[in-house]
Ligand binder design. Structure first.
Ligand code: SAM
Length: 442
């Protein structure tokens, strides 16, 4: 009989995609997936290290699984991903419940690691690779709704922003072979998926064969290959996002009109301390290019409040930039010191906790207002919506997303799930658009 594994995933979309690779490796090695950890012979936690909060959640879960292991001493517990890579041996030393620790580039060794663990060895494999892109593995897509799937196009990050742990946990930047990307895209279409998201820490640095294929070319190639599917991508990087990419988005109806462009701060001085490689003016020029080339494009961002040396004036510049850009949505964070980063080693974490919290609250408050205004601007417009499921609050309502990545809720029959429909917006909240089905015959 097959053994059973249970997997929990924390953090970014990249981790979700990695867990799908891990699930495939295990299924090829006589394991089957269970959604009930009580049934599992193997528990895996795929972790995030970007902020301390994410790590504390994982520590909490490991505490929880301690009692599960008491009930089932044969249960094996593995920690995967960025926190595993960051903490290495220390994680197993501090958390006795952990049987093995594996970083993001080592998953192909999982069968061997499990064998060693079953023979009583505690395994720590955190070797980072300059080449591994898991080209030859087909993800086992257990996470999604069979409507929308992730396709990773690159791994790692070379940017070395001073606050960020990612280059240390995910290693050097490397692009995946376009042929294997296309094969995965075609697999998705053949499996009935309607949407895909191309993933990379910095998709704009995609570079195959020394410049033979860059991100704009890849995006066009994918859009042409599956004209009946929606194409999304994340994450763009302000310094590297070219007009060619913007024209590709404009020229292909099936490339969604939505760009996530993390700014982090509105102050050129802070951007310098963060080593982001661009200024406020450069960023605003990129926003101007998006607005000019793709007028119906939604824009979201990431913002960090209270990074090292941030003054009140810097903070006000962030609020001012938010007003200028009029973001549709934002992910907003309080700065969290990450061990080994340049900031942790060289820059004093000198913004008082109260100021950090207040600045974050001001940023969130402003964004709530901007999101509400953005949704108000959509009143009475008709959007094409890809229906993803029934609304959690009301079984009779469906939800989906428009090209701009906004959630739209409307009344309709469940048979529409997975199809594209037209919905007219009749009201809205700050988070969602509410509308009426006007055409389900597309
Ligand atoms: N690669 C993307 C980029 O650099 O634009 C984002 C990667 S990171 C997984 C997602 C977001 O987490 C970042 O854009 C940043 O806003 C936030 N973040 C990263 N490090 C952080 C830290 N030390 N404290 C607080 N937020 C952080």
């Amino acid at each position: 009989m097959n053994k059973k594994f249970y997997i929990e995933t924390y953090g970014c979309q990249m981790n979700v995609a990695d867990s799908e690779l891990v699930a495939n490796i295990l299924r090829n090695n006589n394991f089957e997936l269970t959604n009930d950890h009580k049934q599992a012979d193997l528990v895996l936690i795929n972790t995030c290290a970007v902020r301390d909060k994410a790590e504390q959640r994982v520590i909490g879960r490991l505490g929880f699984f301690k009692s599960a292991k008491r009930n089932n001493p044969n249960l094996k517990i593995g920690v995967l991903g960025c926190m595993a890579q960051r903490m290495k041996q220390k994680l197993a030393d501090e958390q006795h419940v952990v049987d093995f620790v594996m970083g993001p580039d080592t998953y192909k060794r999982l069968p061997e690691v499990l064998e060693n663990v079953n023979n009583g060895t505690r395994e720590i494999d955190v070797v980072l690779s300059k080449k591994e892109t898991y080209d030859d593995l087909k993800p086992y897509r257990y996470n999604d709704n069979k409507i929308s799937g992730f396709v990773s196009i690159s791994r790692g990050c070379d940017n070395m922003c001073t606050f960020c742990i990612v280059p240390f946990t995910r290693g050097r930047e490397r692009s995946r072979n376009p042929e294997s990307i296309l094969n995965e895209v075609i697999d998705l279409r053949n499996d009935g998926y309607k949407e895909l998201t191309l993933l990379g820490q910095n998709v704009d640095k995609y570079n195959w064969n020394k410049g033979e294929l860059k991100f704009a070319g890849l995006l066009e190639m994918v859009a042409k290959e599956v004209p009946d599917m929606r194409v999304r991508f994340a994450t763009s990087y302000p310094q590297d996002m070219t007009d060619e990419v913007l024209y590709a988005i404009k020229n292909y109806d099936n490339i969604c009109k939505y760009i996530h462009l993390p700014v982090q701060s509105g102050s050129t001085r802070m951007l310098g301390i963060m080593k982001r490689g661009y200024t406020r003016e450069w960023y605003l020029n990129r926003i101007e290019a998006i607005r000019r080339i793709i007028p119906n494009c939604a824009i979201s961002t990431d913002i960090i409040a209270g990074f090292c040396g941030e003054t009140e004036e810097d903070h006000l510049q962030t609020l001012d930039l938010m007003q200028t850009v009029q973001y549709d949505y934002a992910y907003m964070f309080k700065y969290s010191v990450r061990p080994n980063t340049y900031a942790a080693r060289r820059l004093p974490d000198d913004v008082p906790e109260d100021d950090k919290s207040r600045r974050l609250s001001e940023i969130i408050e402003l964004q709530n207002k901007l999101s509400l205004e953005s949704n108000k601007r959509d009143m009475n417009k008709v959007f094409e919506v890809l229906v993803e499921g029934t609304s959690k609050r009301d079984e009779n309502r469906l939800y989906g997303r428009n090209s701009q990545n906004k959630v739209v809720i409307f009344e309709g029959d469940k048979s529409l799930i997975g199809s594209l429909v037209d919905v007219k917006v009749e009201s809205h909240t700050q988070a969602t658009l509410l509308g009426k089905l006007v055409n389900s015959d597309k």
